[in-house]
Design a protein around this ligand. Sequence first.
Ligand SMILES: Nc1ncnc2c1ncn2[C@@H]1O[C@H](COP(=O)(O)OP(=O)(O)O)[C@@H](O)[C@H]1O
Ligand SMILES: [Mg+2]
Length: 441
Amino acid sequence: MIDALPQWLPQQRWFGAKGREIHGIDIVADRLLVEGDPSLRHVLVAVDLGEDTETYQLLVGCREELPTRLAHATIGTDKSGNALYDAAHDNELTHVLLQLIRGGEDEAGLRFRHLPGVDIETDLTGIVMGAEQSNTSIVFGDSYILKLFRKVAPGLNPDLEITRALADTGTRAVVPPLGWIEDESATLAMMQPFLKSASDGWSFAVTSVRDLYAEGDLHADEVGGDFAGESERLGAVTAEVHALLAEVLPSRLADEAENAATAKQMHERLDAALAVVPELADYADGLRSAYDALAELRAGVPVQRIHGDFHLGQALRVDDGWKLIDFEGEPARPLSERIALMSPMRDVAGMLRSFDYAARHLLAEQAAAPNLEYRATEWAERNRDAFCSGYARACGHDPRDDAVLLRAMELDKAVYEVVYEARNRPTWLAIPLGSIERLVR
Ligand SMILES: Nc1ncnc2c1ncn2[C@@H]1O[C@H](COP(=O)(O)OP(=O)(O)O)[C@@H](O)[C@H]1O
Ligand SMILES: [Mg+2]
């Protein structure tokens, strides 16, 4: 199997080290969960990238004969010529995970757990979600979603940690975990109810933007698909979640000297970004003065656990309102950074950036008429404002009152996006560059 991995891993959506040279791959755990044909093994591989090592989780199926429905999941062949494949796609094997979670079993060094009082149905077919994901989620029937954390770091995964802590408060703002899989050192998977009628915030918002573009002459507040009411409620739910997190997990008032340290990191990220994207140079002075303003802020900032990777795709709209999901933080960052206490304004900045993306990405892919450019700005401004108003309504703190902090964080995020787009989606580079231009002007 190991021979096939250097080829196969970089082709996976969830592989975080695309484009980096793989110096070697080690199998650090290989556990047999199902014997026979098909067989199922749970495998952890350490990928040596020179400066650092990343560990990934695989479910490896093995069959003498691979049915065509599984051909797309092929990894390679073993020494005897049997087919090896990504067993997350094999519903004959994945339902075993449900059985193990239901039984609360310990199997081959893996611990399958469910919360007390939860009775898990096992007669369900598992299908891998089609979404562009940083992990792999298997949906069982209409009932459960099991997310396999692909990149594994020692310790409690913050997605499970935070979702559980919030669910324990009784809030309806998250989807309460039902169970999980772990080994002696790390969380490997989390299971939650599948919300079949949910629409994710990104698709929902983009539908509203499309409506607006189709109604050439109308303004954002006049079209049927106006999103501002949703943005307002999403802001309120975000504030509620921040308040609960500050209550049940550590939080403190950072000393004012930490503003300078935060600003210094922003300057450093900008230095690195300038080396990758020369177009940023035009805005460097404006960016630096926004960071300097943060450094000079003479007041300490409250810091706490936050979402860490907050955008419209991390919220689900169901009948009773918005639910926030995916509290893992940015998977590319080390765990210690992902669980560090930070200003909740970082999440607000992330969502504000997301409104900008929702408004503009349709234009980035085509030659836009100038009036659409105007419409996009109007939609983004309207929804960014509505989000902040909802946030203020729910907790009494209007993010717009923290203008210096919020602006620096939004620009820092946009600089990160510029690098990401330059590397991955050059046609979208104009989105964050345009935002930086508007914000520093
Ligand atoms: N409980 C759920 N019910 C329905 N759909 C869900 C649920 N949880 C996640 N999803 C869908 O799966 C997508 C990816 O989930 P997410 O937790 O953000 O995974 P990742 O860590 O890979 O980004 C979401 O955008 C959403 O569309
Ligand atoms: Mg996500």
